[in-house]
Write a protein that binds this ligand. Structure first.
Ligand SMILES: *Cc1c(COP(=O)(O)O)cnc(C)c1O
Length: 231
């Protein structure tokens, strides 16, 4: 059996070590435990070990897990998958942070849903800093407009940027993407306007922390291999 508690502890230590290598305060960095394809019992085990932030990729899965674990009031769900507009309604009620805003149309739909719920929905703009190699996220050239669109939406709150580099790179190659996201953040107004940078996964979260990540999304290293061997 995967020792989720021990894994979480070790990852937090590695985050702290990476932060201290570059003179950052580890308290600036939040571990998002990516629970996609793992059951609610695993989420509960992580929660009992003190973990509060969880990441899910599929809208209905997140809705179902949030419903099943509704008794855990301070759990925080991060939506990190590609979101189709017609599924925004599934995530708008439970998302503590919606990390994958990638189009004006999605901004409009999320604003509509958040308004209906009477809530403020915190969002990150997902940027495809890698160019053609991957499909998710807006182009870097569109980021300024999307950031502004989120800011202008009454019921959305802009919290930063997120990126997913190509999956198959080794950690030193992904640094280029992390640096590009950070540079884009600085170009668009810096941490005052965009406090969060969500970047880094199981195989490269330490590099991401060294390059300025405030949110790292770690699945396999917390929960073990995914049951369906999915991305
Ligand atoms: C699955 C996933 C992760 C976590 O991947 P691991 O390699 O298991 O840590 C992080 N971010 C996104 C967007 C994902 O889809």
């Amino acid at each position: 059996m995967t020792d989720i508690k021990a894994n979480l502890k070790r990852i937090e230590e590695r985050i702290a070590e990476a932060a201290s290598r570059v003179g950052r305060d580890p308290a600036e960095i939040t571990l998002v435990a990516v629970s996609k394809f793992h059951g609610v019992d695993d989420v509960r085990a992580a929660y009992e070990a003190g973990q509060r932030d969880f990441g899910e990729n599929y809208a209905q899965h997140m809705r179902d897990k949030a419903d099943a674990l509704a008794e855990l009031p301070d759990i925080r769900w991060h939506f990190i998958g590609h979101l189709q507009r017609n599924k925004a309604k599934y995530v708008a009620p439970s998302a503590a942070l919606l990390e994958t805003v990638d189009s004006q149309k999605l901004v409009n739909e999320l604003e509509k849903q958040a308004k209906k719920l009477g809530r403020i929905l915190p969002c990150l703009v997902q940027v495809n800093v890698g160019g053609e190699e991957q499909k998710s996220g807006c182009d870097s050239s569109e980021a300024a407009a999307l950031v502004q669109a989120v800011e202008r939406a009454d019921n959305l709150r802009l919290e930063g940027l997120m990126t997913i580099p190509p999956w198959d790179l080794d950690p030193d190659q992904t640094r280029v993407y992390f640096r590009a996201l950070r540079a884009l953040r600085d170009e668009l107004g810096g941490p005052g306007r965009l406090p969060h940078l969500s970047m880094g996964m199981s195989h490269d979260f330490e590099e991401a922390v060294e390059e300025g990540a405030t949110l790292v999304r770690v699945g396999t290293a917390v929960f073990g291999p995914r049951p369906d061997a999915q991305q």
